[in-house]
Write a protein that binds this ligand. Sequence first.
Ligand code: NAD
Length: 743
Amino acid sequence: MKLETFSFDIDGDGIAHAVFDVPRRSMNTLTGKAVADIIAITKEVAENDKITGLVISSGKPSGFCAGADLGEMGQAAGGKPAAKMSEAERKQAQFDRGFSLNKTLRELETCGKPIAVALNGLALGGGLEVALAGHYRVAANDNPKLQFGLPEAKIGLLPGAGGTQRLPRLIGVQAALPLILQGKSFRAEEALGMGVVNELAPSSDTVQKCKDWVKANPNAKAPWDEKGFKMPGGVVHRSPGAGQVATMSNAMLHAKTYGNYPAQKNILSCVYEGSQLPIDAALRVETRYFINTQARPEAKAMIRSLFLSTQALSKGASRPAGFDKYQLNKVAVIGAGLMGAGIAYEQARAGIETVLVDISMENAEKGKDYSRKLVEKAVKRGKLTENKGEALLARITPSDNYDDFKGADLVVEAVFENPELKAKITNMAEAQLSDMAVMGSNTSTLPITGLAEASVRPENFIGIHFFSPVERMGLVEIIMGDKTTQGTLAKAIDYVLKIRKTPIVVNDFRGFYTSRCFGTYTQEGMQMLADGIKPAIIENVGRQSGMPMGPLEVSDSVGLDTALKIGRQMAQAAGIDYTGNEIGQMMAWLVEDEGRVGRKAGKGFYDYDEKNKPKRLWPDLNKKIDVTVDECPPEMKKELTNRFLVRQAIEVSRCFEEGVITDARDADIGSILAWGFAPYTGGCASYVDLIWGIKEFVAEADRLAEKYGERFKPGKMLRDMAAKGEGFYDRFPPAGSAVKAAA
Ligand code: NAD
């Protein structure tokens, strides 16, 4: 037997030992070759009379298996069916492909010989499904990184190698459903408690424990192959408890996802139907749902963005080549306010010596207090030891002295949003810095090229735009000024990677990429208000379209005073009369007449009650707007959803056209991580490419433009793309900084 991803031997007791070890990888995944090897091993174990049982383990110290190979899966998803196949033949071939591993694992489970699996570390997705097909599982109790789970739903997929059927049969529908629907992972002790594994042992003993068990249990069977097997907690349609779980899960799922995620819907159906069938039929049902899920554009979009692109960008895919890794021993943060305090914490957490400077020692200490509170909380929750917490805090030196910047490799300026103040800070900071050091600004709105005019080394000047709250937001938008060099970009990316965030790289423009596009969501919400649509409908459809909050609630969080100021600035820049504009009038009324400046004041579009009552839309809002639409039938919901999402995607297309962004991955990941653009779409670019298709998107944008105005009008570039059938990933493929430099 020739295997590429497993080693295989048989000991003196006839116990076969298959060691999973995909060459040249630090972690095993179920590549096509690995699946072929599992098929060969199964055949050998079943047919070789000398084999009395099988132990499967991993050759990787890091764990057992991370699941399906999503890189391969992403490529295969675009595959074309072979020519000359009838529809029935094509469907059968598709089913056979999807069923292949499922069928093999079932054959292994029923081959009549005991199968045990040693889990030295992580087993996720397909990795856990392989383990579940064994009769006995021993997990390591000394690997803090060990985690188990079926995370497929998180990237739009469904566990398709028996997970949706074996896990409920092992631990009951009630316990299994949330794990599969939410893709939550769990640790070894929890796995033992639930009955997902049978025994815990030190990593070095897990294989021997499995061998001992195989030897002692020659007639092992899966519980569901024993006569009289009963599903723990009962079968869904017959047991009141399990039935209630299914009904509740359905309702809860809809309340959370609004039916936007086909994987979750299919998982529910799959568990519900499968749990009422014998296992063999149930596995075939699972494969049907798996194929349906995998074929959905949402799955392709989510795998590409939420897994492949996120992974690539967080490993530095946009970093220009040819520059040595930048050593960041000391980084100064200027301005210890909301942002500076969070940035200092993230730096110290990543092991960087941090100087946190403000105008007074009191302010600087207040900024450090933010870290003190976060450390205290982490220690209380057992997420950080006291020693590590103290070490983290010791890395932050609060200061009111600009001389303390001396020797800093990078500076992040986070003072008030005032160009004159920022210019002064740049001068003072640069006086202390070497020619090599990077001067970064966390400005959210001021063009970087303009700020760099104050710099004596504009080539070292760059925008490093964090999001609030810094410790929870994974994205950093890096902004290139006109004179910023590729070497500075490389250093800034090294910094962002060191503090374990995901960088996207954009070119300079007012609002950059994220603030500019995000603003269109709230603007469309306000336009709907001005159109006479009932506020509750606007908010509900906003959330139902997949956005994390309704547009009016988001505006309240940003601050209606800020929104009014930005609106006036933008109108002035565009030569529009904001005072004569219905949105401008409404905002001025809210902010200047009614003092409703948003959440910070406890009143904006919503009333926020101090006594912790749930927030509610301000009833008097209806006084200013003449509500003409107070019902939302499905076609209206669809129309408003498209207004929200198409409007944002059109702005993203303008950013591409104007060279603000140059890589489709930046557009997608930026849109999801910065402002929560409906994740099931894979982000703004994938929404156009995969959910609509370029031609259909342009047609819909044209229709909306005709009905609602120029803001929806596709630009020349989009029309050209539609004519050529090119999506954003065709025209702006992952290309790294070579394209950025040319942009
Ligand atoms: P903030 O008002 O909370 O903090 C600003 C801090 O700068 C204050 O502590 C102030 O004392 C200090 N400061 C002022 N002058 C100084 C000086 N001469 N030397 C040293 N420190 C000085 O503001 P913030 O919300 O943290 O915003 C800071 C920057 O980050 C702004 O440019 C803002 O646009 C940007 N930003 C803010 C957010 C956000 O959500 N708040 C998000 C992204 C970017």
